[in-house]
Design a protein around this ligand. Structure first.
Ligand code: DX5
Ligand code: ZN
Length: 224
């Protein structure tokens, strides 16, 4: 069950956007594994964040770290090409954000990125079975998408367990990421439920010492 090493993905939603490049380098230097890039459109979710231009600027400034782009936009398809061009490594979409999920996942993979499928707290995981051959990452939301700093929804652990069962049954190399309210106090239970990749926004960027915050998360994971 735990064949993949645990990965920590700071969400730049809680970073200081006035100096985003430095904030990205700072968490990577502090021991993070990849960067979680939250894109919100004030339509699919009630908040507005950053788009492909910002990712492109980070790439142009020389940042080569893995960019895990979480698209909370509807309709999602038109933006996928822009994010591929901007340098996304992983692009994750919500099934509710597209009329034709199969086509959307294909377009991400054909563009050379890894494809992620995201489940909100009230979205059943069943659709994963239909498209699992097109998926490289499953993202379980442990808050309702839209804002950083929300409280962890404990029931989402059941969905992590369900996704873990489907992934293991598929035999495919699929990461299982959890996103929302992750802290040292709940990351152990998320790992026990089967998650191997952990998004943390406020728990890392809200701390004074990013390296200490990441060490604390890893220490909690070591107990899983
Ligand atoms: C929520 C975003 C998350 C969130 C994580 O819509 O997808 O990535 O910002 O932030 P924390 O860890 O503060 O809940
Ligand atoms: Zn996210």
């Amino acid at each position: 069950m735990k064949k993949n090493p645990y990965l920590i993905a700071p969400s730049i939603l809680s970073a200081n956007f006035a100096r985003l490049g430095e904030e990205v380098e700072a968490v990577m230097a502090a021991g993070a594994d990849l960067i979680h890039f939250d894109v919100m459109d004030n339509h699919y979710v009630p908040n507005l964040t950053i788009g492909p231009l910002v990712l492109e600027s980070l790439r142009k400034s020389g940042i080569t770290h893995t960019m895990d782009v979480h698209l909370m936009v509807k309709p999602v398809d038109r933006l996928i090409g822009d994010f591929l061009k901007a340098g996304a490594d992983i692009i994750s979409v919500h099934p509710e954000s597209t009329e034709h999920l199969h086509r959307t996942l294909c377009s991400i993979r054909e563009g050379g990125a890894r494809a992620g499928l995201v489940f909100n707290p009230a979205t059943p995981v069943g659709v994963l079975e239909e498209v699992i051959h097109l998926v490289d990452l499953v993202l379980v939301m442990s808050v309702n998408p839209g804002f950083g700093g929300q409280s962890f929804i404990t029931e989402s652990l059941r969905k992590v367990e369900q996704a873990r069962t489907l992934i293991d049954r598929s035999g495919r190399d699929i990461r299982l990421e959890i996103d929302g309210g992750i802290k040292a106090s709940n990351i152990t239970s998320a790992a026990r439920a089967g998650a191997d990749t952990f998004v943390a926004g406020s728990a890392i960027y809200g701390a004074k010492d990013y390296a200490a915050a990441i060490r604390e998360l890893r220490a909690a994971l070591a107990a899983a």
